[in-house]
Design a protein around this ligand. Structure first.
Ligand SMILES: Cc1cc2nc3c(=O)[nH]c(=O)nc-3n(C[C@H](O)[C@H](O)[C@H](O)COP(=O)(O)OP(=O)(O)OC[C@H]3O[C@@H](n4cnc5c(N)ncnc54)[C@H](O)[C@@H]3O)c2cc1C
Length: 379
């Protein structure tokens, strides 16, 4: 742990907190890069390492039991206020740290040490397919079989972000040498591991251009009989492991949406002086979004203190909050566009970038439709 205090919530002294430092670096160093990241010409690896130096990736590491995600969420909100793509990459990195920190594999701890939490090594998560599989939406795409000292894994994932030649990510395969039904519902036969992009049997394939998020180091990943050694196994039984980490996985996404909504409110406020006399006839006003933002932030901070809570009611609150944040991100960005008028229709104005980023908050796993399915069915 660095010398910085954890979060604004805990700040009892004038010392800068991690969140303050991340916010300062976002304004000073990230803001000038945001357009290039959006255009896909920059992947901000140096910036991601830089905020690792101020402790951005380690505040949610559980220490002797409980974990607290508040500082991580607030830091991602500070990034998201400036650049949605970077807030998403921050979520990828925080999720990678979250997986490694919750693994009980001592060999894994010895191999990766604090390289993810310090930001020395970057990476992300390939859990969209398994998360959909856990909720009966699609079949697992990776297959593995046990060999001496590890597993051999094959298959392909269509999109994994925050990757590069020396990056890692966490994902899941189904054992083809054991009984399984092709879903990740949890039985034995489902293994969670870290993929090492430097492995020559792993290929990163560039994706077709997206609507936004092109600077996020997103690739299609092919596994051609990759040997995954025992020291890269996060959990031999992925079912119970995912049950443990899933609330954190979803709660950490709150930061992306909170930051984006805040900037949409800023955009509406910025055009109030020249256009307020007519904008007041629009049905959605910044005041409503300020109230919503405050409500979401309060709920996120309450849930983030207790990410290992196993109550069904807690899990449903997490899912409901995530759904509302996705909906509100799109609504706030839409309202910002209407408030801006022609100003926001310019490619050089960030309002249209925020709109494109907002749709990502609503479609990244768990997407709006999956969240609705999860709430509609018994847990
Ligand atoms: C920019 C970007 C970054 C992403 N980063 C990650 C990440 O880091 N980790 C991660 O696990 N997931 C990542 N995803 C996937 C994301 O989380 C969602 O899974 C995805 O947006 C689709 O979710 P959905 O529930 O709407 O599924 P749907 O879109 O309803 O269905 C998804 C399935 O449809 C098929 N499919 C549809 N279109 C295509 C296509 N063009 N190419 C290939 N297959 C297709 C695939 O089988 C896929 O599994 C990323 C997606 C995008 C667009």
């Amino acid at each position: 742990m660095g010398s910085l205090a954890l979060s604004r919530v805990d700040a009892a002294s004038p010392a800068p907190t991690i969140v303050d430092e991340v916010a300062r670096l976002a304004r000073q160093e990230l803001a000038p890069l945001a357009s290039a990241i959006d255009a896909g010409s920059v992947y901000p690896g140096d910036f991601l390492r830089r905020i690792g130096d101020v402790g951005a990736w380690r505040s949610h590491v559980p220490l002797e039991g409980p974990a607290d995600l508040r500082c991580a969420i607030q830091s991602m909100a500070a990034l998201g206020e400036v650049c949605g793509a970077t807030a998403f990459m921050a979520w990828c990195q925080n999720t990678l740290v979250w997986y490694a920190a919750n693994s009980t594999n001592m060999k894994l701890a010895a191999r990766v040490g604090d390289s993810f939490a310090s930001g020395r090594v970057l990476g992300g998560t390939g859990l969209s397919n398994p998360m959909k599989s856990f909720f009966g939406i699609e079949r697992l795409k990776l297959k593995g079989r046990k060999v001496d000292g590890g597993y051999i894994v094959r298959g392909a994932l269509p999109w994994v972000s925050n990757l590069g030649p020396d990056h890692f990510f966490g994902t899941i395969f189904e054992r083809e040498d054991e009984e399984g039904d092709g879903t990740a519902k949890g039985g034995p036969g489902i293994v969670m591991f870290l993929a090492d992009c430097a492995d020559p049997a792993i290929t990163l394939q560039p994706c077709k251009p997206f609507l936004a998020m092109d600077g996020t180091g997103t690739y299609g990943v092919q596994f051609r009989d990759v040997f995954v050694p025992d020291e890269l196994i996060l959990a031999e039984q992925a079912g119970p492991f995912v049950k443990k980490i899933r609330a954190g996985f979803i709660l950490l996404q709150a930061g992306m949406g909170l930051g984006l909504i805040k900037d949409c409110i800023n955009i509406m406020d910025e055009v109030h002086a020249p256009l307020g006399h007519v904008n007041r006839y629009l049905p959605q006003q910044p005041t409503q979004f300020r109230e919503l933002h405050a409500e979401f932030e309060k709920e996120a901070m309450a849930l983030a203190r207790d990410p290992y809570n196993t109550d069904d009611a807690f899990w449903r609150r997490v899912v409901a909050l995530r759904l509302r944040i996705g909906d509100a991100s799109v609504a706030a960005a839409h309202a910002a566009m209407l408030h801006c008028g022609a100003r926001g229709y310019l490619k050089s104005h960030r309002a249209q970038r925020r709109l494109r980023e907002a749709y990502f908050v609503a479609i990244v796993t768990p997407a709006t439709k999956q969240l609705r399915k999860m709430l509609a069915e018994p847990s």
